[in-house]
Design a protein around this ligand. Structure first.
Ligand SMILES: [Zn+2]
Ligand SMILES: [Zn+2]
Length: 254
């Protein structure tokens, strides 16, 4: 069943069916009306449903939580609730309005309401390594043995791809440089960085954290322009997981 786009402000990919009724097993009549609006850019369940039905991922909100390119451009999304209701009413598409208490995610530290975004991230394709992980786990003598079989074994059976990038400032910088032409390069050592750097850097002294590492550029082998490091840092669990090897400077001295 299809319906018309309620508000015509966000451009939809031409020829792509974008407004229709889907099914999802997390929608129940015990909780609310049994009808849920799905916005694939703003929630994990929504995103998964969107992928399943080929819905476009539309996002009119920028990183500061403000609308872009609607009549509420520059307005913080939560402040736009009333103006949007007014617009719906004026355009004859408001059926009913009422105040409804429901759960909403908040920051556990400062209790600020949170906005969910679908955004591009860097992943390690752990699902590709699953068979190897499971077979290695089977050679480990776990004590008590059910931990290896059940807790860790089950976890490995259901292993997901690992989203390792974090859009934060502090942390181990992601060693990936990008060029405007689209070329990407992953730098594997201090030596390699020093060799490829445009700036003159001392391999033994370069501080590899932000902001210093962001001042290092490398020459694109495809087009000759300067490449810049992607801004993300790495999930701190990656540091933890590297520790047993890194403390012995594996796989090389620096
Ligand atoms: Zn907070
Ligand atoms: Zn390039």
């Amino acid at each position: 069943m299809e319906y018309e786009q309620l508000m015509p402000f966000v451009e939809v990919p031409q020829g792509k069916k974008s407004f229709f009724v889907t099914l999802a097993d997390y929608v129940t009549i015990e909780d609310g009306t049994g009808i849920v609006h799905t916005a694939p850019a703003f929630g994990e369940d929504d995103y998964n449903t969107g992928m399943q039905y080929g819905l476009p991922v539309l996002n009119p909100v920028d990183d500061s939580g403000r609308f872009r390119g609607t009549p509420w451009s520059d307005m913080f999304v939560i402040d736009a609730d009333q103006p949007i209701l007014k617009w719906l009413h004026e355009n004859g598409v408001l059926y009913k309005k009422e105040i409804f208490a429901h759960n909403y995610p908040h920051c556990w530290r400062c209790h600020t309401p949170l906005l969910y975004y679908a955004r591009p991230s860097w992943y390690i394709q752990m699902t590709k390594l699953k068979d190897l992980l499971v077979s290695n786990n089977n050679t480990v003598s776990w004590y008590p043995d059910y931990v290896g079989e059940k807790r860790f074994g089950n976890w490995l059976e259901n292993v997901n791809d690992w989203a390792i990038s974090r859009s934060r400032y502090w942390g181990t910088p992601l060693p990936i440089w990008k060029c405007e032409c689209g070329h990407q390069e992953s730098i594997g050592s201090r030596k390699e960085l020093a060799e490829k750097a445009v700036e003159k850097i001392d391999e033994n002294k370069i501080e590899l954290h932000r902001p210093f590492v962001d001042e290092v550029h490398i020459v694109c082998p495809e087009c000759g322009q300067h490449m810049t490091r992607v801004k993300d840092v790495i999930d701190c669990w990656f540091d933890s997981g590297s520790m047993p090897f890194a403390q012995w400077h594996y796989p090389f001295e620096n």
